[in-house]
Design a binder for this molecule. Structure first.
Ligand SMILES: Nc1ncnc2c1ncn2[C@@H]1O[C@H](COP(=O)(O)OP(=O)(O)OP(=O)(O)O)[C@@H](O)[C@H]1O
Length: 584
């Protein structure tokens, strides 16, 4: 029941709808409670021989009128209670989504995407059930139970009523027991089903890999095992489900037998009329719903509480990246000063960046090279404030980056990640994602700059071609170049190309770098790459190894240092020659 008080903020906010809905429910219950008494009266008049045609028509009209009235009232309570509960789901979903957009990398490392999706769907659905079906079940069963018991005790016979309700507590206990078992098995069946879902998703996404390894058969066996498991778990649910209704019917049957036996006796004794006995038997059948409802309500509450806890736990999570009190919102520009003494990823112990320091004057280009895992992307993550817990300082134009508002900071940086991601929309909208009102001319201009325009006009529908979630219809190089165009369209003060040229050939790479250079004369660019040709024209190049700068300088200075850079350069030159590309 605690969940109702925890949701009281919502019930207060929507009290009008709930009061109206609950009032209608109570009225429907009251009217339903009257009908058996009308039937009793008609039967008694029949048995007494006092029933006239007009009286019969009158009572039929009354019952029909009650049914119509109930129809209208049921419509009102449904729209009010169920309609309002959908609002709660919407409010929580918005809060959750808003929260997701504010959270930092640490949060996304802690929670798996699949789990977050499940919270945003299943958990919110369970909470909505509390505010909809839960409230309905509680008010309706209480009303129906109280009204029915009242009519049985007051309008029929209290002794007869007492005799009949004796088995009801047994029913309540049985329902609770079976309900608990069902809930337990239902949860296990759900878990099995969600694992099956994950499996299908993974298999479909990785189907190419599965096929190339010839693992279809094993994958199918795996899938069949999981399906069998889902069936097994569901069978347990059906087992208890099969006990549920018969248990209710049996106990209600016992109640009816007692009612008929003792009620018949009272009729013979002349203590109650036949009509009242019929009404009484009708009331007995009406008692089964409140019994069922107790079990159902407890289930709804249990699930809703667990879901509410999970959602609140997520909402309680705070981002480690906090906005400054009075953040600077003027666009960032000027020289970049990157002075990191040390940086360690949260939940790890190894220092990732050690003494990485560089100054990048506005308009210059910095090249970052180094072995895989040497820390190149880590530098970019810090520049984009993915992590704050480092020793050192990063400043733009002498102002600590933490002073800028996050929107300003990130709005001034164009980032092209290694694993470029395209949205499921047209090529055009992907390119102008950061500037939806950009004209076709501007879109084409940046597409030319990143050498992808010719490719796009060759697509079936040109710039209107739809791109799948991961751009399945496009080559890796095309995806890279579209992602680059998307980053460039806003002329960001700082452009970061994180190994973004790896899937394009040497000639295209040269054209793109040349385009960027002429287009971004007074803007700053950082390029990380495994191919030396991507960075050799930079104003400064740093070579990272194990999170430390081991060499730095211009291309020619680095060649003179005769270290890792020179070795890599010569190796790559040789490879290019062997491939027939020769000196670029
Ligand atoms: N979120 C994280 N938590 C813990 N360790 C991380 C995290 N992200 C990266 N690392 C580790 O930091 C190291 C450097 O990774 P980084 O991505 O900066 O390397 P990189 O030089 O960009 O590599 P590559 O050239 O392969 O892209 C790696 O050992 C990686 O495992």
């Amino acid at each position: 029941m605690d969940i109702f008080s925890r949701l009281s903020w919502f019930f207060k906010q929507e009290k009008r709808a709930y009061i109206l809905g609950a009032s209608m429910l109570i009225l429907v219950g009251l009217l339903a409670g009257i009908v058996p008494m009308i039937i009793a009266r008609v039967i008694d008049e029949m048995t007494n021989g006092t029933l006239t045609y007009s009286a019969l028509l009158f009572w039929v009209a009354v019952v029909a009128g009650i049914s119509l009235l109930q129809y209208a009232m049921r419509y009102v309570w449904r729209t009010n209670i169920f309609g309002t509960s959908a609002k709660l789901e919407k409010i929580l979903r918005q809060r959750l989504f808003n929260h997701f957009t504010k959270m930092d990398s640490v949060f996304y490392q802690k929670y798996r995407t699949g789990d977050l999706m499940a919270h945003a769907t299943n958990d919110l659905g369970s909470i909505r059930m509390v505010a909809g079906g839960g409230i309905l079940t509680m008010v309706d069963s209480l009303t129906q139970g109280i009204i029915t018991l009242f009519m049985m005790f007051w309008a029929v016979d209290w002794q007869l009523s007492l005799m009949v309700i004796i088995p009801l507590p047994v029913l309540a206990i049985a329902i609770r027991f079976i309900g608990k078992k069902m809930h337990f098995h239902f949860r296990r069946a759900q878990e099995a089903f969600s694992s099956l879902n994950d499996k299908v998703q993974e298999s479909v996404t990785g189907i190419k890999v599965i096929k190339t390894f010839g693992e279809e058969e094993l994958d199918t066996i795996d899938f069949n095992k999981m399906t069998a498991n889902v069936v097994k778990k569901n069978q347990s649910v059906y087992f208890y489900d099969a006990l549920f209704r018969p248990a209710i019917q049996t106990i209600m049957g016992i109640c009816t037998v007692i009612g008929l036996f003792y009620g018949g006796f009272l009729v013979l004794e002349g203590q109650i009329t036949v009509g009242l006995l019929v009404a009484f038997l009708n009331y007995i059948t009406r008692m089964s719903w409140p019994m069922v409802a107790i079990g159902r309500l407890l289930n709804i509450i249990e699930r809703g509480s667990a879901s509410y806890d999970r959602i609140m736990d997520i909402l309680k999570e705070e981002s480690n990246i906090l906005e400054a009190e009075n953040p600077v919102t003027t666009p960032i520009d000027g020289d970049i000063q990157f002075e990191i003494d040390s940086f360690t990823y949260p939940q790890t112990s190894e220092v990732m960046l050690k003494n990485v320091k560089f100054t990048l004057p506005q308009g210059n280009t910095l090249g970052v090279v180094g072995k895989t895992g040497s820390g190149k992307t880590s530098i970019f993550k810090l520049l984009m404030r993915d992590y704050d817990q480092y020793q050192g300082r990063i400043s733009f134009n002498g102002v600590d980056m933490k002073v800028y508002s996050l929107d300003t900071l990130l709005g001034s940086i164009g980032y092209v990640p290694q694993d470029n991601f395209l949205f499921s929309t047209t090529v055009r909208d992907n390119i102008r994602f950061g500037n939806p009102s950009a004209s076709q001319e501007i879109v084409e201009e940046v597409a030319r700059l990143t050498s992808v325009h010719e490719d796009i006009i060759g697509f079936p529908e040109g710039y209107d071609t739809m791109v799948g979630e991961r751009g399945v219809a496009l080559s890796g190089g095309q995806k890279q170049r579209i992602s680059m165009a998307r980053a460039i369209i806003n002329s960001p003060s700082l452009l970061i190309l994180d190994d973004s040229l790896s899937a394009v050939d040497a000639k295209t790479e040269e054209a793109i770098l040349e385009g960027i250079k002429t287009n971004r004369q007074d803007k700053t660019t950082i390029i990380s790459a495994h191919r030396i040709s991507s960075v050799m024209h930079a104003d400064e190049i740093i070579v990272l190894d194990n999170g430390e700068i081991i060499e730095r300088g211009t291309h020619y200075e680095l060649l003179e240092q005769n270290g890792w850079y020179k070795q890599m350069y010569e190796k790559q030159q040789l490879e290019a020659l062997l491939e027939g590309g020769g000196e670029q």
